[in-house]
Structures are given as C-alpha cells and as structure tokens.
Design a protein around this ligand. Sequence first.
Ligand code: NAP
Length: 279
Amino acid sequence: MKNYALLGFPLSHSLSPEIHKLLFSFSQTEAEYTLAQIPPEEFAQRANELFKLDGFNITIPYKLDIIGMLDEMSVQALQFNSVNTVVCGEKNIGHNTDVFGFVSAIEQMGTSFKNKKILLLGSGGSANMIATQAVISDCEVTIAVRKTSLHKAESLKERILSLFPSAKINTCSLDDSIGAHDILVNATPVGMYPNTDACPVSEEVIANCEYIYDLIYNPLSTKLLESGEKLGKICSNGLSMLVLQAMHAHKIWYDADFSNDQIACVIAEMTKILLDKVK
Ligand code: NAP
C-alpha cells in the first residue's frame, strides 16, 4: 500500500482526494490519498512528517515554502520557483505539474499554447507560471490587472524580461480597451463562488478573443464563460487543468499513464460532484 497526501490550508473544499482515488483505481494501484491540512503557524514543525510518505502534492499557500525542505527540484519547478508535487525517497525531489496541467488543458480545447497572442488576467501565483510559460512558448502576452495592481503586473513583466530579454510582454488595466487575442486566460478569482455575478472583463474584450480558459471551476460556468459561449467562443473551465496536473503527478510518482477516455471520465465525475454540491 502506497501513501500520498495533499498539503495545504484550508483544504475543506478540495476535490483532490476524489481525483486521485479515481486515478489510483484506473492504474490498479493500492494507495491512500489523505488531506494534510496544516495551518501556517504549525507548518515548520509538522510539514516534515510528510516526507515519510511515498509522495505528496502541495497547494496554496505552501508551493514556495516547501522548497527549503527539498534536496532537488525539476527544471520546471526551478523555472517557476513553485513546487506542487514531491517524490519522497533517499532524496526528496520537487516538481511542478501545474504547468503541464495548464498547457494540456489549453490543448484539449483544440488549440496550442505556442506562438499565440495571450491575454492573461491577473498577476498572482498562477499568472506568474502562465506568463513565464507563454514566453517560453514564443507567445506574445498581455497581462491585464486591476488599476491598483498595475505595479504588480509591471514587476512580473520585469522579472520575466530579466530571464528572457526578448520576451514579448505588455501590461494593461482590466478596464483598458484591449485589442484582439487568440486566447484569454482568467487567472483571477473574479467570478468564483460565492461572487458568481462578477466578470473580470467587458463583453467587448471577450468578443476580441477566440478561446477563453477560466482557471475557476466553481461554478463550472462563470459569467466570463457564459459570455464567451454566447459569443460563439471556444470555452473551458479550470477542471481540466486540475485533473491533468493530478494525472501528471501519477506519472512522476510511479510512471502511470492514462488514456484520454480515463481523463474524460475523471473530469465528468468531478463535474457531477460539483453539480451535486449546488443542488
Ligand atoms: P493568487 O496568487 O491569489 O492571484 C490572484 C490574482 O487575481 C492576483 O493578480 C489578484 O490581483 C487578482 N485579483 C484578485 N481579486 C481581484 C479582483 N476583484 N479584480 C481583479 N483582479 C483580482 O491566486 P492564484 O493561485 O494565482 O489563483 C488564481 C485563480 O486560479 C483562483 O481562482 C484559483 O482558484 C484558480 N486556480 C485554479 C487552478 C486549476 O487547477 N484550475 C489552479 C490554481 C489556481 P491583486 O494583486 O490586485 O489582488
């Protein structure tokens, strides 16, 4: 029997145990996946316990804090300075599967994350990873944030330019009239439960983009996605990213592979769980 866990705080609404349970059953692996909900004031003394497991995932707010406890990091974890998956053993090694989950989720919409014009909403943890990957993939990226946070978007831009001096990267305010883009990515919590009436950008901005990816999956269809669908855009919520990053952790932990049908099945099961919650 193998043992894995999710480290984070708070974790009360996490879908991860259900996702991982299904993935373990598809790969016929006997394993337990538990929640390690550790409040920040107990992190230093309790996080060490997790290294006795076969591996674990990390979510908010510890993707950076865990780095100091590791022996090694994968290239991507180093590149994004963020670890969401650890393999425990003689050496404890940190990985980042969020980026794999995100890029694969974009590909599932029938496009690619290469050489595209990207409109990225937000400049937090996920936006940081997405903007960096966009530049690595030769995309041109516009980071749009609320006016009061333009300085944060500017420092993200500066950080990326210091790593990739020829990066095509701009910043603007969410209220600006923003031109045409191939893919709009919402990496803000605007529209998330319980503030489901909010939409981060105007219909005019949405109309100017071809694909809309919202990292939010609760609700399954945000105002942003509803508007996009009404305008005939190809849209997806963030459930695909959540499931695909989990799938990649199984690849790293014990070299598991899953078929497209199995992944579709996990996404469908998680959709059912979320729909049941709102009933
Ligand atoms: P984060 O680090 O807290 O960043 C949030 C970003 O949203 C910041 O740039 C913040 O800007 C902006 N923001 C917050 N409230 C806003 C508002 N009212 N108007 C405009 N901008 C606002 O969060 P994160 O970890 O990047 O997560 C972002 C979203 O992605 C969340 O909804 C999270 O649940 C979701 N997510 C989904 C997945 C998945 O697998 N699908 C994975 C990770 C995250 P300020 O600096 O102005 O506050």
